[in-house]
Design a protein around this ligand. Sequence first.
Ligand code: HEC
Length: 104
Amino acid sequence: MRSTAVLLIAGIAAFAAIPAQAASKEYIAGQRLAATCANCHGTNGVAIGGGFLPLAGMPANAIVANMKAFQAGTRPATIMHQIAKGYTDEQIQLMAAFYAAQNK
Ligand code: HEC
């Protein structure tokens, strides 16, 4: 009886750990992809000196919409047209979620 309870608790703990682990994998993937944007948008999207647009704290759907507009050429840009075209929808989602989770 006692070992059943232990197994049950262990089972619940293992089950509870799955979503947290998945979220952190996605977060890390988003962080890695976002590192390629840091030269211009700042580390973790926090722009230094105000010269470039900060991405930290921007809602994920706004980042996705902008990246789509850059890909489609519907938003005027100097450089983002070329950059946006290098990423898949999934990669853009991962980066957008990462930036949305950063403090401004
Ligand atoms: C070489 C510099 C450079 C890099 C690298 C760069 N960006 Fe940009 N980004 C810009 C500039 C400049 C703009 C303004 C639009 C333009 O002129 O292209 C911009 C605009 C944006 C915007 C719109 C922001 C707003 O406030 O409307 C988003 C979203 C964005 N970039 C995302 C990204 C992501 C994601 C990456 C990495 C994959 C990235 N950028 C990499 C220079 C850069």
